[in-house]
Design a protein around this ligand. Structure first.
Ligand SMILES: C[S@@+](CC[C@H](N)C(=O)[O-])C[C@H]1O[C@@H](n2cnc3c(N)ncnc32)[C@H](O)[C@@H]1O
Length: 261
């Protein structure tokens, strides 16, 4: 079975306990530049936006009612079912087109999107899938169209590892024990550091270095690529979080890029 197909099943299964497994980048206390970037889109009522890899749909209430047309796409049927339910309470669901398919299948949308958004969803474990997905997104955007989103940060895992290691050394552990402690607390057994991947309960996800985002986005035909940190509070959702309150916060990468002509 192709990897894409296997992954959609795993993601569909994850939909049921999504809030237990994943941190919400829109929760209170997170400094997230994405909503401001969406607010800054001029004349949204005349525009079409697509939420690519919409998951359970946390971004949809921010898009529906503001943009003229909203497309919510995810290859996991379980995610789309939950996203539809999120909008059920109003007539908002009717204003949204839901598509169950992989993100590289966008031929029917070629040149039709004004804005594409992908929040923690450009995470295909095979970089060839990432490259073809980025090319498809660029082709789905009108020339000059805006691509916004968030990428899970690999460098933030290294940062957390450094803090965990230092904290253990400060407590008097020797180098070997401190590194073992940092690797355990930082859950290194789930990561492939060299290639930037995270594997957990059947899900395999790409984690990004900022230079890789610049490289792959440019290769797919985007320009004016800007990366900004989404900053997370040092709370209990991060191992050892409150201990690190005096240090700069951990992050994911928020991006903004323009589709070339
Ligand atoms: C970590 S979740 C993020 C969901 C949502 N954007 C959010 O912020 O809560 C990743 C989502 O991307 C979807 N996804 C991953 N790879 C995909 C692909 N190749 N095509 C379509 N959806 C994909 C998954 O099904 C999942 O819903």
């Amino acid at each position: 079975m192709p990897d894409t197909q296997r992954q959609d099943r795993h993601w569909s299964r994850a939909a049921a306990r999504y809030d237990d497994l994943f941190l919400d980048p829109f929760r209170p206390g997170v400094e997230n530049p994405l909503l401001d970037a969406l607010q800054a889109v001029p004349d949204p009522g005349s525009k079409t936006v697509a939420d690519l890899g919409c998951g359970t749909g946390p971004l949809l209430p921010h898009l529906v009612g503001r943009f003229g047309r909203v497309i919510a796409l995810d290859f996991a049927p379980g995610m789309i079912t939950k996203a539809k339910k999120r909008l059920d309470t109003s007539d908002l669901a009717q204003k949204t087109t839901f598509l169950v398919r992989p993100m590289h299948e966008l031929d029917d949308l070629a040149g039709r999107l004004d804005v594409a958004v992908a929040v923690n969803s450009i995470v295909m474990p095979d970089v060839r899938d990432i490259d073809r997905t980025l090319r498809a997104i660029r082709a789905s955007l009108k020339p000059g169209g805006l691509f916004l989103g968030i990428l899970p940060a690999m460098d933030a895992i290294h940062y957390h590892t450094m803090l965990l290691n230092d904290e253990a050394l400060d407590r008097g552990l020797d180098v070997e024990d401190a590194e073992r402690h940092a690797a355990f607390q930082g859950e290194h057994h789930f990561y492939e550091f060299a290639f930037g991947r995270f594997a957990f309960q059947g899900l395999r996800q790409k984690f990004w270095q900022p230079f890789e985002a610049e490289h792959r986005f440019a290769k797919a035909g985007f320009h004016q690529i800007e990366l900004t940190k989404v900053l997370y509070p040092w709370d209990d959702t991060i191992t050892g979080g409150p201990t690190f309150a005096d240090y700069p916060r951990s992050w994911d990468w928020s991006f903004r890029a323009i589709a070339s002509e």
